[in-house]
Write a protein that binds this ligand. Structure first.
Ligand SMILES: [Zn+2]
Ligand SMILES: [Zn+2]
Ligand SMILES: [Zn+2]
Length: 114
């Protein structure tokens, strides 16, 4: 069986010029259900939640969490899972949303086995 042609060997982050390592690290989930393959530096930034802050600071779509004021890049797939839309409008970051019950409505139903 012949291997499918490898996609480009660069980091998935279009703002990054690094080559993807042999063992790329997983970033955000793509619409295909696969994960973005990132170089070490981008993956670290992503895991620390600083990816958008670093690469998209000039992009539009930034909003503030209604509870803590944290900047969240809502116009972006990278941060799509890091905030929740509030019923009265506005958004809440995942940290605050997780503290509030309404977050359950947006994610998979978690079992409460405390
Ligand atoms: Zn990169
Ligand atoms: Zn972003
Ligand atoms: Zn918050």
């Amino acid at each position: 069986m012949s291997a499918p042609p490898a996609p480009s060997k660069s980091c998935y982050n279009s703002h990054c010029t690094e080559l993807r390592p042999d063992r790329p690290r997983k970033g955000w989930r793509l619409r295909t259900g696969e994960f973005a393959e990132l170089c070490d530096r981008c993956a670290s930034l992503y895991e620390e939640g600083r990816f958008c802050e670093t690469f998209h600071s000039k992009a539009s779509g930034w909003r503030d969490c209604e509870s803590c004021g944290k900047h969240v890049h809502c116009g972006c797939i990278v941060s799509a899972h890091t905030f929740a839309l509030l019923d009265p409008g506005g958004i809440e970051c995942a940290t605050c949303a997780r503290k509030n019950v309404h977050f359950v409505a947006f994610g998979p139903i978690l079992s409460f086995n405390e």
